[in-house]
Design a protein around this ligand. Sequence first.
Ligand SMILES: NC(=O)c1ccc[n+]([C@@H]2O[C@H](COP(=O)([O-])OP(=O)(O)OC[C@H]3O[C@@H](n4cnc5c(N)ncnc54)[C@H](O)[C@@H]3O)[C@@H](O)[C@H]2O)c1
Length: 163
Amino acid sequence: MKFNKQVAIITGGGSGIGRERSLKFAQEGTKVVVADYNEVTGLETVEMIRTAGGEAAFKQVDVGDFKQVEEVVEFAASTYGCLDVIFNNAGTGAGSPLLEHTPEIYRRVTRINQDGFYYGILAVARKMQELGNGGTIINTASVMAYMANAVPSATMPLRQQSS
Ligand SMILES: NC(=O)c1ccc[n+]([C@@H]2O[C@H](COP(=O)([O-])OP(=O)(O)OC[C@H]3O[C@@H](n4cnc5c(N)ncnc54)[C@H](O)[C@@H]3O)[C@@H](O)[C@H]2O)c1
């Protein structure tokens, strides 16, 4: 998929998949709004893009807060004059085996991984309708949507993953 000369918001752009996609989008000519909770790593991604000759800006956001997500959308549209793509990618894990979870851990994870994606879709779809140019909404998913595990995959031996 090519996003040449477009404007994209990438949430979680300060690390991992979000950083890698931010660099790739920018390499293809997209103006990228790196939106992340972590200001230090988000600004690092912006610097990496600019050093490589691309265009990017950072906006701090907690994707679990709808107002902040709306502010990111306004920031992107006002900074670059349009908005073509949101890549909802910011996410987190419980960080502990299922039987050690608490309702607080569950709320923290679903606030980011569920509410955050919904807020990104809603805020951007409204802005795209207002702007009248259509657009693309991309959401990072996980194979964990199709399987159940008692422990986080990062700590799980491979033989248990495949059984
Ligand atoms: N890495 C994997 O193996 C894997 C597998 C399946 C799904 N995923 C999903 O892919 C996405 C990215 O994963 P990753 O491995 O690159 O993770 P990562 O931890 O490297 O990056 C996640 C980024 O999201 C940011 N973030 C966390 N909470 C936030 C919040 N409330 N608001 C804004 N930003 C926030 C973090 O600061 C970080 O920069 C996540 O949604 C994750 O669930 C990853």
